[in-house]
Design a protein around this ligand. Structure first.
Ligand code: NAD
Length: 491
């Protein structure tokens, strides 16, 4: 067994309101994306650890689900208060694990807090419907009921927001939960659970397990006692999880990848379009399911837009300090994947207009930094325009007109988000109604959904569910229709 120096933090599972020490543990190493150095190790959970977590959640389910939704909401609001008072601590943890600058991490913590506020107050609006019956004296209404134990599986790109996105709606509905942390952000999952516990969340309501997706995640998805699985991550992992969940018809929500088009029409405000294209493609180092990775530009303004977009991109600063614009990608595997994609594009005669390489700058060269990259000259059917890159790489594609731009936008198996820049409201609405995506934005970025807005996509971007927004309640609860036949009093 490898032994680690004291400065390397050891991250254990969090089960039944306590850190759970595993005898003879196996560890997985987590590296700092900024420096490339080992920063922590986390437990490589096996079936026995998953069983402990599931048992803990099962035991607490009866108590938690029998509280009124208002009481659950009051407890969750205390969790939100605790998050507010520990904003710095949460932001530091996010910043350290992901390599994003502190203020970006703080923005993410704020989004997680809003998510919590929204769903905690949903406890007071946990409405059903009253339904008319065709039968005299029959009264019908619906109530929402929790599924039981929920498996919440998250990625690392915006880790605290991803956690809040799932934990708050799952718990307000009365489920108890097991959060499977991302291999790239294990510490933030424990920190969140500890703060929640300190704020008064009963032991066992939220448990955290760490490990590989293909082991710990797989055991969790296949556990008979897990009644609902909510997964955010790559389309490939989503497919595997869907197959496993289908065997026992467990309830499943899949929030997957994207290949999002960003359209620039000839009547767009070009400076504004450049601003939003840059943010859509490169903020969070392009590690967004909603990243704008295909920039589709009308022929008549293509050159003008390209020049402005490339020169703006060349000014972007890599790093973690406050003056930087984008940080590293999350791990060395992703670094290699992205560089391979860029090199394949070059080999196919794609023209790299800027970036295209790992950063060799002082202080960054050991981290997983890729210079923001723009590539042109490859058709939409080329691999680079069809696969999700999840890094700071965008392509430029030329379109003849709006019909052509829509055709290119929809020529993808994904369908998560889209944006169009135009000053013509008719064109904006025409496009927004026809683009095959769960989100369509006009004159802003391809990202930017809020806690009360439904988010999800067509095709390979998901399985049709929407989280968050009120629609998340449909993921985490079952609807029951109750009917009474009462006596006709004949008076
Ligand atoms: P990933 O699929 O590799 O891993 C995500 C999580 O799933 C991790 O916790 C991992 O351990 C777990 N996992 C992997 N395989 C599993 C399996 N077979 N069974 C159970 N769990 C398993 O994704 P990633 O690279 O960490 O994250 C990036 C992906 O997430 C991108 O595709 C991105 O688009 C997507 N994403 C989607 C949304 C959305 O809302 N649609 C939001 C953020 C990120």
């Amino acid at each position: 067994m490898t032994s680690y120096p004291k400065r390397i933090k050891k991250i254990n599972n969090w089960i039944n309101g306590k850190t759970k020490i595993t005898p003879n543990p196996k560890w997985v190493e987590k590296y700092d994306p900024h420096s490339g150095k080992l920063m922590s190790v986390f437990i490589r959970s096996q079936e026995a650890q998953i069983n402990q977590a599931v048992l803990s959640a099962q035991k607490e389910f009866s108590h938690w689900s029998n509280l009124t939704s208002i009481s659950r909401g009051q407890i969750l609001m205390k969790v939100v208060q605790e998050m507010k008072s520990q904003k710095r601590l949460l932001s530091q943890c996010v910043s350290k694990e992901t390599g994003k600058k502190f203020t970006d991490a703080m923005g993410e913590v704020n989004a997680a807090i809003m998510q919590g506020e929204y769903f905690a107050s949903e406890g007071m609006r946990f409405h059903g419907r009253s339904i008319n019956s065709m039968v005299p004296e029959k009264t019908s209404f619906t109530i929402r009921q929790p599924h039981g134990v929920a498996a919440l599986i998250v990625p690392a790109n915006t880790p605290i927001a991803n956690i809040a996105w799932k934990v708050f709606p799952a718990l307000i509905c009365g489920n108890t939960a097991i959060l499977k942390s991302s291999e790239d952000a294990p510490a933030i999952a424990n920190l969140f659970a500890k703060l929640a516990h300190k704020a008064g969340l009963p032991s066992g309501v939220l448990n955290v397990i760490h490990g590989y997706g293909s082991e710990a995640g797989d055991f969790l998805v296949n556990h008979q006692a897990v009644k609902v699985i909510s997964f955010t991550g790559s389309t490939d992992s989503g497919r595997t999880i869907a197959k496993n969940a289908a065997r026992r018809l467990a309830r499943l929500s899949l929030e997957l990848g994207g290949k999002n088009p960003f359209i620039v029409c000839n009547d767009a405000d070009l400076d504004k379009a450049v601003h939003w294209a840059t943010l859509s493609a490169f903020s969070n180092s392009g590690q967004r399911c909603a990243a704008g990775s295909r920039i589709i530009v009308f022929k008549s303004i293509y050159k003008k837009f390209k020049d402005k977009f490339v020169s703006k991109t060349k000014t972007l600063k890599l790093g973690v300090d406050q003056s930087s614009d984008l940080g590293p990608v999350i791990n060395s595997r992703q670094l290699k994947n992205i560089l391979d994609i860029i090199n394949n594009a070059k080999a196919m005669n794609g023209k790299v207009l800027c970036g295209g390489k790992r950063s060799s700058a002082k202080g960054l060269k050991n981290g997983y930094y890729i210079r923001p990259t723009i590539i042109e000259g490859l058709s939409n059917s080329h691999e680079i325009n069809q696969i999700e890159i999840f890094g700071p790489v965008a392509t430029l594609i030329m379109a003849d007109d709006l019909h052509h731009a829509l055709e290119i936008a929809n020529d993808t198996n994904f369908g998560l988000t889209a944006a169009i820049h135009t000053s013509n409201i008719d064109n904006a609405l025409w496009f927004s109604k026809r683009v095959r995506s769960g989100v369509a934005n006009v004159n802003c970025g391809t990202y930017g959904s809020e806690p009360h807005m439904p988010f999800g996509g067509f095709g390979l971007s998901g399985n049709g569910t929407r989280e968050p927004g009120i629609e998340a309640l449909d993921v985490y609860s079952e609807l029951k229709n109750i009917s009474f036949l009462t006596k006709d009093l004949n008076i």
